[in-house]
Design a protein around this ligand. Structure first.
Ligand code: F0G
Length: 354
């Protein structure tokens, strides 16, 4: 049977009816790629999988939530959507609005979003407003705008976003034919950890024998770690701009996911994120964006601090939330520069070191 997008596949588990106009770009159904070199390199006793959400139509997991949020907005008669974004939400909202034939307004922090994401919002025809403030300020503004003007808010405080995003947990359970033991993921505004936990709990409710509850392991960047610190961060900073967030909207539900699953929400430094970002690309051939690499950085940190010592072999899934091509500047900055070589055989052979 052909794949018609995640609303079609999971409609039984989603708040849609026959009347819901389905706005889809065939999102979801992303690969769960087994790591082949990382377990040995790290001395990890178990299997590591990458849920490569960068394979979604706009290159991030946001498409799962956006197909739901925009479909429901259109069902409700909305002619325009609005969001605040560190980049990926704006790219996804712009694409799904274009598809639906409605307007899209995005507020982004000036100078702090990756080039690929900005190019997407622009080319899809969204009204892109760069504010001289950060994501948290942008989110406060769009909340106020959407309560006073005919604009549907499509940030993850919109419950339909969480519903769409929970389907990634269903896919992982289906592919593995069991739940993972641990899930490692980045945490920014904290909608995604909320959504995965909802998804895993539903899989467990529907089929408790097969689908146990994994431990949710969330990671914030050191300079943007409000949940770990227990208080908002006024001026969040990290090179992983997607998770440069100081006051997450879904803070409470992220803490519930952590506590109910007996997992953890912890810090990784920018250097640890950078190491994981480079290692995954060079060692596994999988290119994710910096924020996504926070999941692998978290796994590496926990392997190194002995967390898995004396535990039985486990299955760990790292959520790679966005495609590496979103952020070409960081890729170029964090890899060796190309060698300049004269266009002749001798110099080229010498440069290759043959
Ligand atoms: N990874 C990437 C690539 C993201 O773009 C985001 C969030 C996250 C992780 C964190 O997910 O917010 O659900 O905890 N990006 C949002 C945006 C904030 O505007 O694109 P979260």
């Amino acid at each position: 049977m052909s794949y018609n997008g995640l609303i079609d596949k999971y409609k039984k588990f989603l708040p849609v009816t026959k009347k819901t106009p389905i706005i889809t770009l065939l999102e979801g159904n992303t690969p769960l790629i087994p790591a082949v070199h990382l377990p040995e390199k790290l001395g990890f006793n178990g299997e590591i999988y990458f849920k490569f959400e960068g394979m979604n139509p706009t290159g991030s997991f946001k498409d799962r939530g956006m197909t739901m949020a925009v479909s429901k907005a259109v069902e409700e008669g909305s002619k325009a959507v609005i969001c605040a974004s560190t980049g990926n939400t704006s790219a996804s909202a712009a694409a799904y609005s274009a598809r639906a034939g409605i307007k899209c307004v995005v507020l982004i922090p000036e100078g702090k979003i990756a080039l690929g994401k900005l190019s997407q919002a622009l080319i899809h025809g969204a009204a892109v407003l760069e504010i001289d403030g950060n994501f948290d300020e942008a989110l406060n503004l769009v909340k106020e705008l959407s309560s006073n003007y005919p604009l549907s808010l499509v940030n993850s405080i919109n419950p339909f976003r969480i519903e769409g995003q929970k389907t990634a947990a269903y896919e992982i359970c289906e592919t593995l034919k069991q739940s993972p033991d641990y899930q490692f993921m980045p945490v920014g505004n904290a909608g995604n950890i909320t959504a995965y936990w909802k998804g895993y709990r539903e899989c467990n409710d529907n089929n408790p024998e097969f689908f146990k509850l994994p431990k949710m392991m969330g990671f914030q960047a050191e300079g943007a770690a409000p949940i770990v610190l227990g208080k908002p961060v006024e001026n969040p900073e990290t090179f992983a701009t997607a998770i440069r967030i100081g006051n997450p909207a879904s803070w409470k539900t992220a803490v519930e996911a952590r506590d109910e699953s007996k997992g953890a929400i912890d810090i990784v430094s920018d250097d640890e994120i950078r190491e994981a970002y480079q290692m995954t690309a060079a060692l596994e051939g999988v290119f994710c964006e910096p924020a996504s690499a926070a999941s692998i950085a978290g796994l590496i940190k926990y392997v190194r601090n002995g967390y898995f010592k004396n535990k039985k072999p486990i299955k760990a899934v790292c959520i790679l939330t966005g495609n590496g091509l979103k952020d070409p500047d960081n890729a170029v900055k964090n890899a060796a520069a190309p060698k300049k070589v004269k266009a002749n055989m001798t110099d080229i052979v010498a440069a290759i070191g043959l």
